[in-house]
Ligand binder design. Structure first.
Ligand SMILES: NC(=O)c1ccc[n+]([C@@H]2O[C@H](COP(=O)([O-])OP(=O)(O)OC[C@H]3O[C@@H](n4cnc5c(N)ncnc54)[C@H](O)[C@@H]3O)[C@@H](O)[C@H]2O)c1
Length: 357
């Protein structure tokens, strides 16, 4: 995967980080909610950069043996203030990366739990970070915008009146973090991610998940039924770009960041455009459309995210466009289906895939 290359090319010791951000001790991180789509990749990347034992994965789920064999894992429910407090104190945590959340479609189906995890959990993280002098990274999302926001492009600072509990909870996170930063000097950092495409972990119930499932179904069945309409344009990003954006952003000196919340983006496409990209490799791929309740959510979200503030302030640059995202997903997933189902007649060989990409 690309982020391993990124990590090895820039392999640094934790001392480098200490000098860079002016810390006087080894930096330790806790990644809360890290058994989800984004967390395990970030843990791998962080451990390569900052040392295995300085990066604590945590979640409320039981980890696989593979996870526990690669570094420390701790149970941590973000709703349990004392449990978080004990971990922070015992392990001398310096940075908290708070990934625990219910994503858009799941949150809409369970508003009460979403309010607890996404809002109360964030209160606990923010309060403990302030009390113990931690730095905090919490992702936001394109879902933090709403139908009144300009949709193409959506600027970094604009109207935010989301119509989902997920979006409301993320606007709350952005504003609360900026408040703690303004009032107490808390080093709060936040990136608004678009839909993230990854091949090695499953998506957590977001509205952009179709852009991952489509690759599985294309390779497995040669067809996919999409829950969004053909022309629904949404911003997306490859996981390598997403994880690299987190590292590059967190490694910036606090003084060099004029704002605390930034849009980051890769490329925007519609299901129809993505299907056309897949057909370049799997010519017989068919897509059908059966929009469901997620269509209304997608229709209220940005089509194109303006990430010029991140580009200007900390030199953010995505490396994956739509074509590269599609070829990377197909190349990564193809061996999985080759192993379990054999080669389908309309699925090309790895060599053909690479040539087609
Ligand atoms: N994946 C995307 O496309 C995307 C896009 C934009 C923003 N984000 C944000 O990135 C973060 C991570 O997203 P993800 O895709 O990995 O989500 P995910 O749903 O895959 O993982 C979330 C994790 O949070 C854990 N969790 C739930 N309740 C918890 C609790 N009480 N205490 C501790 N952990 C708990 C879950 O067990 C799960 O492992 C989220 O904040 C999400 O809003 C993700």
């Amino acid at each position: 995967m690309e982020y391993f290359n990124f990590a090895s090319c820039h392999a640094i010791s934790s001392c480098w980080l200490q000098n860079r951000v002016g810390l006087k001790y080894v930096t330790s991180f806790i990644l809360a909610g890290s058994l989800g789509q984004l967390g395990s990749g970030l843990a791998r990347l962080f451990r390569m950069r900052y040392g295995k034992d300085n990066v604590f994965m945590s979640d409320i789920r039981k980890p696989t043996r593979d996870i526990t064999s690669k570094g420390p894992y701790i149970f941590a429910d973000v709703l349990d203030y004392k449990c978080l407090q004990k971990i922070i104190v015992t392990h001398r945590i310096d940075w908290i990366v708070h990934f625990s959340a219910l994503l858009s479609a799941v949150a809409e189906a369970n508003v009460a739990l979403a309010m607890r995890v996404n809002i109360e959990g964030t209160h606990n993280v923010m309060e403990l970070a302030n009390q113990y002098g931690l730095r905090v990274f919490i992702p936001s999302t394109i879902g933090a915008f709403g139908p009144e926001s300009p949709r193409n492009p959506t600027p970094n600072i604009t109207i935010q009146r989301p119509k989902t509990i997920y979006g409301v909870s993320k606007v709350h996170t952005e504003l609360l973090g900026e408040y703690y930063n303004h009032k107490y000097g808390l080093d709060f950092r936040c990136l608004r991610f678009p839909g993230v495409l990854s091949s090695d972990t499953h998506p957590g119930g977001g509205t952009t998940d179709y852009a991952i499932q489509i690759f599985h179904d294309a390779l497995k069945e040669g067809r996919y039924t999409c829950y969004l309409g053909p022309n629904t344009r949404l911003p997306m990003m490859h996981i390598d770009d997403c994880l690299r954006s987190v590292v590059e952003f967190m490694e910036r000196e606090p003084e060099s960041l004029p704002v605390r919340t930034y849009n980051v983006a890769g490329a925007s496409f519609t299901p129809d455009e993505l299907a056309a990209e897949i057909r370049k490799t799997i010519p017989h791929f068919e897509i059908n459309y059966r929009p469901d309740h997620r269509q209304a959510i997608a229709d209220s979200w940005p089509e194109v995210l303006d990430d010029s503030a991140a580009r200007n302030d900390w030199s953010w640059r995505p490396e994956y466009n739509t074509k590269r995202m599609a070829s990377s997903m197909l190349n990564d997933l193809r061996p999985v289906y080759q192993q379990s189902h054999g080669i389908e007649s309309d699925v090309m060989t790895k060599q053909q895939l690479t040539v087609a990409a």
